[in-house]
Design a protein around this ligand. Structure first.
Ligand SMILES: [Zn+2]
Length: 299
């Protein structure tokens, strides 16, 4: 094969980007990773979700959804979501993946650039179930609460489990997610610490701007309970001081919103700093007008 032909070969690029998932697929085929809980691989709403959650989403009105939520700070919603048995099964399934990855002498299995411990669930055959999870159980909520960031047009996801504790990741620095809407559900097990702290919603231009006092909020995880927030809501995780904490993360994305954002200039419908600047401009404008009128009266 001619060298220039080889470097233009599309598969070459494909493998560069998808090397690890492709390896997993090939090895699944030959080494046959056995699922531990087959029932996780297709959607069984009543086995996965708590009756209160299911009822609220199935009724699918703004009132029914709001009735199961608490909103401790604007834009952060928390609600009881998962059956304890589903949490346990998912934890066992992740442990099963990890054992297998270890036996296959794989070392790299990072769920994202910031977490070292955990697993990308989509790479292990759970992608179809998790897509249905997003479309039928997250999209109805995000359509109501996050319409201005593409909550009504979610069309892809990235799903992973993260692990915190001794011999795992300890904490997670301040960051934003590569998502429009993030679902974060604690799966267990026993732990202390590991609070999720929030520091205001910011557009790309303002991601490093100061936090206002009223934007600070700390959330303590409870197994089975979910937190939903915009991907652009700045946050981090405090150290998990003892035990082991595992969380399911579902980053929900909207290709429509990402395309529209390229042409958008004003993010004051959701960015806290854009809103603050806009208010400041209005105050200055009123002051200038008053001053002008005062001058006229004085004449
Ligand atoms: Zn902004």
């Amino acid at each position: 094969l001619d060298r220039s032909v080889a470097s233009n070969w599309p598969w070459f690029y494909f493998l560069e980007d998808y090397f690890f998932p492709v390896c997993l697929l090939v090895i699944h085929f030959f080494a046959n990773l056995q699922p531990l809980h087959q029932e996780l691989y297709s959607m069984h709403p009543s086995a996965f979700f708590l009756p209160t959650f299911l009822e609220a989403v199935r009724t699918n009105t703004e009132e029914s959804i709001a009735s199961i939520m608490t909103e401790p700070i604007p834009g952060v919603f928390s609600f009881a979501m998962l059956q304890p048995n589903f949490c346990d099964m998912l934890l066992e399934e992740v442990e099963n993946f990890e054992k297998w990855v270890h036996a296959m002498k794989f070392k790299i299995m990072r769920p994202n650039t910031m977490n070292k411990y955990g697993a990308v669930l989509d790479d292990f055959g759970l992608e179809a179930m998790l897509n249905q999870f997003m479309e039928e159980f997250i999209a109805p909520i995000s359509k109501v609460f996050y319409p201005e960031v593409g909550g009504g047009t979610l069309d892809s996801h990235h799903a992973f489990v993260v692990e915190y504790g001794k011999d795992r990741d300890v904490e997670l620095g301040f960051h934003v997610d590569d998502s429009e809407v993030t679902l974060n559900v604690c799966l267990g097990k026993q732990f202390s610490g590991g609070e999720l702290y929030f520091r205001g919603i910011r557009c790309e231009n303002h991601v490093n701007s100061e936090t206002q006092h009223e934007e600070m909020y700390d959330y303590s995880h409870v197994p089975g309970r979910a937190v939903l927030h915009r991907g652009r809501h700045r946050h981090g995780a405090r150290p998990t001081s003892s035990g082991l904490r595992m969380n399911l993360l579902l980053w929900c994305r909207s290709s429509v919103f990402r395309e529209m954002k390229k042409y958008q200039m004003d993010f004051s419908s959701w960015c806290g700093e854009c809103q603050r600047e806009k208010r400041e401009r209005q105050i200055q404008c009123v002051k200038a007008t008053k001053h002008f009128l005062g001058v006229l009266e004085g004449q």
